[in-house]
Design a protein around this ligand. Structure first.
Ligand code: AOF
Ligand code: ZN
Length: 350
């Protein structure tokens, strides 16, 4: 049987909940009856709600799934969390075969779900579209295995890698289709991270459920910047300089290194605050200094050339003095958003 098609469907269903499941994974599930017809589907819709498998099975009367097959992108859970174990429900419904995309990296589950199923006599097929399934839950994997917040960077540049003209004009580099895609991308992440320089220069609204501003000297506070209209705003600032008390905004005192807010501290604080992923949307300076923490980059390129030698590069830092020491990446995808192009790439693991 061609399980890949069903697994693609699981991934599609799972992505319907993008932006709603953090800190939990994106999971979709398809159930086939004993003759191989799809009889139910489900996905994990929101953090704290039913898991995908439970959602799919509860739509059925238990007899309907007897000797059927259940396909799911993540190993069914074996633990009592917000809900009882999905593995138990699968066994209860008399499912004969379970097809899985990837093992759960959550140490409470990690193989125990599969063991439970096998002990009950269920056939388990593993590793269907595993790479795609791992990519779907790359944030969850990083959180679980490294206990760190996933860092994505989005940048939009000209063909010659500029994010503005020499005198700062930057609206807009890319066209509407690309900018609409940015809205979809933002939604996948728990927060947008930006700098005071970007807020001061562009006064962006960056609509999102959570915005983070790195503002060492609190230059953006008390001005009518649009970013403060968002639901939740967190400002990291230099503890030695101020002790602000303004309601609505969350302030985090931050140590500095070489006169800059300590990014290790910022990212560790975000993980402690259960902000599991951020997308950095800022200028060349923050992009340049956060590059070494980046897990993924969305890089839009507009077919324009600005020229000039005054910088305005999308990654503005001076560190590399030998081409062999450059930061290296692996391009994952190229996609047109006419007339612009989007590259997504990952740091190349040594
Ligand atoms: C989900 N949705 O569809 C599946 C998950 O806190 P709980 O009880 O919801 O459990 C979360 C864990 O359950 C999660 O870390 C993962 O290991 C496992 N599977 N989680 O949120 C799902 N199948
Ligand atoms: Zn579960």
């Amino acid at each position: 049987m061609n399980y890949e098609e069903y697994m693609k469907r699981c991934i599609f269903l799972a992505t319907k909940a993008e932006g709603n499941t953090s800190p939990n994974p994106l999971v979709g599930c398809v159930v086939l009856d004993s003759t191989g017809n799809i009889i139910s589907e489900g996905f994990h819709e929101k953090y704290g709600y039913n898991h995908a498998e439970r959602n799919a099975l509860l739509k059925l009367n238990p007899q309907a799934a007897k000797d059927g097959t259940l396909i799911v992108n993540l190993e069914p859970c074996s633990h009592y969390g917000k809900t009882p174990p999905c593995a138990d429900l699968i066994i209860e419904y008399g499912i004969k075969k379970v097809v899985i995309g990837m093992r759960d990296v959550n140490p409470i589950v990690a193989g125990n779900g599969i063991k439970k199923l096998k002990d009950a006599g269920i056939e388990v097929v593993e590793g269907i579209l595993e790479d795609e399934c791992r990519k779907l839950n790359e944030v969850f994997i990083k959180n679980m295995t490294e206990h760190k917040t996933f860092v994505a960077i989005k940048t939009a540049v000209t063909l010659d890698g500029k994010i503005a003209t020499f005198n700062g004009s930057s609206k807009w580099i890319t066209a509407e289709k690309a900018r609409n895609e940015v809205k979809n991308i933002r939604n996948r992440y728990d927060a947008i991270l930006t700098s005071s320089a970007t807020v001061l220069a562009d006064n962006p609204s960056m609509q999102h459920r959570c915005n983070i501003i790195l503002d060492r000297e609190l230059k953006t506070i008390n001005k009518n910047f649009k970013i403060y209209n968002n639901k939740r705003v967190i400002v990291f600032y230099d503890e030695a300089l101020y002790s602000p008390e303004i309601s609505d905004i969350e302030f985090v005192k931050t140590p500095t290194t070489n006169g800059k807010l300590d990014l290790d501290f910022v990212l560790n604080s975000l993980f402690k605050m259960k902000i599991m992923s951020v997308i950095v949307e800022s200028g060349g300076h923050l992009n340049g200094s956060i590059l070494k923490y980046a897990d993924k980059i969305y890089h839009f390129i507009a077919p324009k050339i600005l020229g000039d030698n005054t910088g305005r590069s999308c990654f503005d830092f001076r560190e590399v003095n030998d081409i062999n020491l450059s930061y290296k990446f692996q391009i994952d995808e190229t996609k047109m958003f006419e007339p612009d192009i989007m590259l997504t790439y990952y740091p190349l693991k040594a």
